[in-house]
Each structure stands twice: as structure tokens, then as C-alpha cells.
Design a protein around this ligand. Structure first.
Ligand code: ZN
Length: 386
């Protein structure tokens, strides 16, 4: 339960938070090009009085509070990247109690929640107290708040990887604010993503008829990949997401490529898919197909995590969301920034702080009335570690 003075703070800053969301949501931030948002977040945090903020080489904006050379830390992150490649400002409108903008919920609303918590800690002396306690050796852990990069698609979790590299085994617990208040990702869905291309000699469609066609060959490969029977235990999936290739209508295609992925909520499922994939590729190569494979994404499954700690984190988040929204969130597997710490055995949980719809579409929106309970959830989660 949040103290009255914290609730008052959240109320008093609701308008500011909404304006921050409106500003931030419009700043373009495609994965691997989060420079503009990272710079905005760094400057904003420093303007609130935050000290020690730095941007690492992965473009994470990191605000360590009470973090010494070697004390344990608890991490809270929200990602700055969006799935949209736009480099111009993202279009935003407010109507019917909603803020509509591509990326406004995933993950801008969560990012704003984290930034307002950072501001609160900085302004009200909480950060200073944590720093003093860390210096005196009397606090159980420091706090690392991160506006992180590279969560979406081909960002390949680079921000999360970098944080786990920087703080490693010192991370006791790891939270990502991502997704909505109605669902938490409590288990990691691992995945492997490939760019697969096929080449042939090609030729004139009439004059060289009979020569192998790269598009036809790639189609054969897709056909075989879609014959894979997924394991019945857990959930394992696969998908061809994009194809391209060829030269013209009267050219035997010399080149074709596709983006392909498989996913699973278990290591066994991923290993199984890898074997199936490898054997189909080997068979096609043996038949003379010229196939190149590039791994464009790798998200590991969960490793050996202390389940007692993870259960405690899930209970804390679930009870908190129930308290402030009246409804406990669903628990489901997901592919999130938590995949990296979970694969390293660090207890991690992904929860959201808004309600909305249309994530990963241009019609995305957040419900304005859901933002206040969302801030209460976010504040309570972080403050329970202060
Ligand atoms: Zn997200």
C-alpha cells in the first residue's frame, strides 16, 4: 500500500506525466536507432536532478542509485525502441479518452512510468538516502533504473544483454515494465530468427526454361519447413514472415530470400526445432540447393532460476495490480527483455502499467484513465525495493 504522500505526489504530477508521454511518444525510435529518445531521456533525468546518469554503448540510459563497486542490485527497465521504422515524428492524436500513436503503449507509457518514479526518488530524497545507505554498507542492494534499447524485433534484446553484462551476477532481481496491466510475462519464450537465401544461375524465362528457379526452390523449402510437427508439450511455433526475390516476369529468378523464425517456451522445444530445421536444410543442400543462412536473432529460454524468488516477485506484482486495478493480471509466457536475465538464472518478471490496444500497429492507443492506476502499480513495485 502506497503512503498518502506518494499518492499525492502521483496525483500532483499526473498532468506532467501525460505531457511527457505525449512528447516522448512522438520521438521516433526504431530498434538500433534509439539515439533521439535516449538523448531526450538522459537530459530529462538530469534536468530533474538525477546524478550519475550515463548512456552505455548499447544506447541504454542508465540511472544507478546507491550502486557501489560490488553491491547487489535490483534492475527496473522500460524500453525506448518501437517497432516502427519511422524517422519523422510519430503521428499522435487524443480522442475519446485515448492517446493514439504508434508505440504509445509499447513501450512509451511504461517508460514514462519509470521516468516519473526516477523523478520522485530524485526529488524527494529517496535517491540520496539509498546512496548514503550504500556508502555506509547498510542497504541490501542498489537500484538500477534503465531506459533501455533494442527490445523489439531485430534489436535482439541488446539493451538487456548489455545491462546483464554490466551488472552480471550482482543482479538479484530484474523487472521489465512492458505490456499492459492485464497480462504479465512470467516465463521466457525463446526464439531463433533467420534470413535464408537461395541462389541459382537463373536465365531467360523462355530461352533457358528448365534452369532452376530460386523462388521455386525457396517455395519448396518453405513447403518442407511447414511440414514440421511441433511438440505437443508446451507451445512451440514457427513462421515465415517475409519473402522477396526475383528480377522480372520473364527472368528465371536467380535469388530469393525469406525471414523465418521458430519459438518455444522450453529449451527442449527450441532444440527440437533446431534439429528439424538443420536436417531439412541439409537435405535440400544435398539435393543441390544453394542456401545461405544468417542468424538475425537469438532469444534464449529460461535457465535455472530460483523459483522461490521468482514466485515472490510474481505475487508482489499480481497483488499490486489487483490492489490498484481491481483485477489480477493473467500470467503467460512471453518474449521480452527478461529472456536474457532468465537465461542467466536471474529471477525476472515483465509487467505492464497501462491499458490499451493495438500494440505493434499504427492504430495503437492507451486509455488515459488507466495511466493513474498504472503509476500507482509502478511506484509501489519500485518503492518496495527502497
Ligand atoms: Zn515492448
Amino acid at each position: 500500500m502506497l503512503e498518502q504522500r506518494v499518492l499525492d505526489y502521483i496525483n500532483a504530477h499526473a498532468q506532467e506525466a501525460r505531457e511527457l508521454l505525449i512528447t516522448l511518444a512522438q520521438i521516433p525510435s526504431p530498434s538500433n536507432h534509439e539515439e533521439k529518445r535516449a538523448e531526450f531521456c538522459r537530459k530529462w533525468l538530469e534536468d530533474q536532478g538525477a546524478s550519475g546518469v550515463f548512456v552505455d554503448e548499447a544506447l541504454n540510459v542508465v540511472y544507478p542509485i546507491g550502486v557501489t563497486e560490488d553491491n547487489p542490485v535490483v534492475v527496473f527497465m522500460a524500453h525506448t525502441d518501437v517497432v516502427f521504422p519511422d524517422t519523422d515524428p510519430l503521428p499522435l492524436k487524443i480522442e475519446d479518452g485515448k492517446i493514439c500513436c504508434p508505440g504509445v503503449g509499447d513501450d512509451t507509457a511504461n517508460l514514462v512510468c519509470l521516468m516519473m518514479i526516477a523523478k520522485y526518488l530524485t526529488e524527494t530524497g529517496g535517491a540520496d538516502k539509498l546512496k548514503e545507505a550504500a556508502a555506509a554498507g547498510t542497504s541490501p542492494h542498489g537500484l538500477v533504473l534503465v531506459c533501455n534499447s533494442g527490445e523489439e524485433g531485430l534489436g535482439n534484446l541488446k539493451g538487456s544483454r548489455k545491462i546483464c553484462e554490466t551488472y552480471g551476477k550482482r543482479i538479484q532481481e530484474f523487472y521489465s515494465f512492458d505490456g499492459s496491466l492485464s497480462a504479465m510475462a512470467t516465463r521466457a519464450v525463446g526464439s531463433k530468427r533467420f534470413k535464408i537465401s537461395v541462389r541459382t544461375v537463373g536465365g531467360h524465362s523462355y530461352g533457358s526454361f528448365g534452369n532452376p528457379n530460386a523462388i521455386a526452390q525457396l517455395s519448396e523449402l518453405i513447403h518442407d519447413l511447414y511440414k514440421i510437427q511441433v511438440p505437443s508439450e508446451g507451445k512451440t511455433t514457427y513462421n515465415v514472415g517475409m519473402i522477396s526475390g526475383g528480377t522480372s516476369v520473364n527472368t528465371i529468378a536467380q535469388y530469393a530470400q525469406m525471414l523465418y523464425e521458430f519459438r518455444s517456451d522450453s529449451r527442449e522445444g527450441l532444440d527440437y526445432m533446431e534439429q528439424q530445421f538443420d536436417s531439412i536444410i541439409a537435405e535440400k543442400r544435398q539435393q543441390g540447393m544453394d542456401i545461405q543462412i544468417e542468424v538475425v536473432g537469438l532469444r534464449p529460454c529460461e535457465g535455472d532460476v530460483d523459483l522461490t524468488v521468482k514466485e515472490k516477485m510474481i505475487r508482489l506484482a499480481s497483488d499490486t495490480i489487483l490492489e490498484y486495478t481491481g483485477k489480477a493480471p493473467d500470467q503467460c509466457p512471453g518474449s521480452t527483455d527478461c529472456n536474457i536475465p532468465l537465461s542467466l538464472g536471474i529471477p525476472s518478471l515483465c509487467l505492464g502499467t497501462y491499458e490499451g490496444s493495438g500494440a505493434h500497429t499504427r492504430e495503437e492507443y492507451v486509455v488515459i484513465d488507466s495511466l493513474m492506476p498504472g503509476y500507482e502499480v509502478g511506484f509501489q513495485m519500485v518503492l518496495s525495493y527502497v
